[in-house]
Design a protein around this ligand. Structure first.
Ligand code: CUA
Length: 321
């Protein structure tokens, strides 16, 4: 949106950009209306009823039940309407559809690094296809950042030591801003990039163009050997560590009686803080990989483990479609 040629509002380029904007403008209109109504009344009453001579005393007003009910009930209805509407939009924004395409993002002072499951790696650039839901799993290598796509009306914090996620479906091809929207140091304002939304065929062509070192899970498989993970995590289950076959999405029992569902967060913890949750029947032999493995390699390893659980409809399968 531009006024006198000056862009005052980002493009609307995702399926929920309009929903977010409608809600935003509705709230803006309601609050402007009441701010104006209050300001005008204050000025009007100030002029109309100001004291005109010494010793003048105002009339005593005891209150009015109908009036008080009116100014309680009407704002409550308006506020609940905003709440309901806001919650609907928020839930939509926070729940990636199951079939979403997976991309990994790592924030680092001061750049955004992206990894596609097909193996492409980008810095401050992200190429995505139009009309497909995309889920981005986000981590940080150092401090808090926030991955922000103004044109898609979505953002999410990048938190060191944790995975967060956001999703969107871009619906208009073009190039749009990527920002960091959390102050993260001197060059925070320079932590920017470009997301390029491409037609499906164009995106396929782009995918063919790169990805040295194979797909993300192939890179993970090589790391799995290089780090000697495969010497304990035998597929037969008779190794010193549990078999990793078909574990993603399942629930495993732990030493101490509790259990855990195997997801990105659990895999991450088990690699970096290997003593935290020991699978029942195994001894805590595994060394910690904290500080020895980068965030990017970590997601490659996790993709590899996911590829060992084909029933979970891992990325490989979606990629092939
Ligand atoms: Cu990264 Cu601000």
């Amino acid at each position: 949106m531009t006024i006198f040629g000056i862009p005052i509002f980002p493009d609307q380029a995702s399926t929920f950009a309009r929903d977010v904007d409608m809600l935003y403008f509705f709230i803006l209109a309601v609050t402007s209306f009441f701010a104006l109504a209050v300001a005008v009344s204050v000025i009007y009453f100030g002029l109309r009823y100001h004291r005109t001579h010494e010793g003048e005393i105002g009339a005593r007003i005891e209150g009015s039940l109908p009036l008080e009910l009116l100014w309680s009930v009407i704002p409550t209805i308006i506020a609940m309407f905003m709440f309901g509407w806001g919650a609907t939009v928020y839930y939509h924004l926070r729940r990636p559809p199951d079939e979403a395409m997976q991309i990994y993002a790592v924030g680092k002072q001061w750049m955004w690094k992206f990894q596609h499951p097909e193996g492409q790696r980008e810095i401050n650039e992200l190429h995505i296809p139009v009309g497909r839901p995309i889920k981005i799993t986000i981590s940080s290598e150092d401090v808090l950042h926030s991955l922000y796509f103004p044109a898609f009306r979505t953002k999410m914090d990048a938190i060191p030591g944790r995975y967060t996620e956001l999703w969107f479906e871009a619906d208009t091809p073009g190039s749009y801003h990527i920002f960091c929207s959390e102050y993260c140091g001197t060059n925070h304002s320079g932590m920017i990039g470009t997301v390029t939304v491409m037609e499906a065929a164009e995106y396929q062509a782009w995918l063919q163009g790169g990805g040295e070192g194979g797909t993300l899970s192939q890179r993970g498989a090589r790391l799995f050997e290089n780090l000697a993970c495969n010497s304990c995590h035998l597929e037969s289950g008779r190794g010193r560590g549990p078999s990793l076959k078909d574990i993603v999405g399942s629930t495993v029992d732990l030493e101490g009686g509790s259990s855990v569902t195997v997801d990105d967060a659990y895999l991450r913890e088990s690699i970096l803080n290997s003593q935290a949750k020991i699978v029942k029947g195994f001894t805590p032999l595994m060394p910690t990989f904290q500080g020895l493995i980068s965030e990017e390699n970590l997601v490659a390893l996790i993709e590899h483990v996911k590829s060992l659980s084909p029933a979970q409809k891992g990325q490989e399968e979606i990629v092939k479609k």
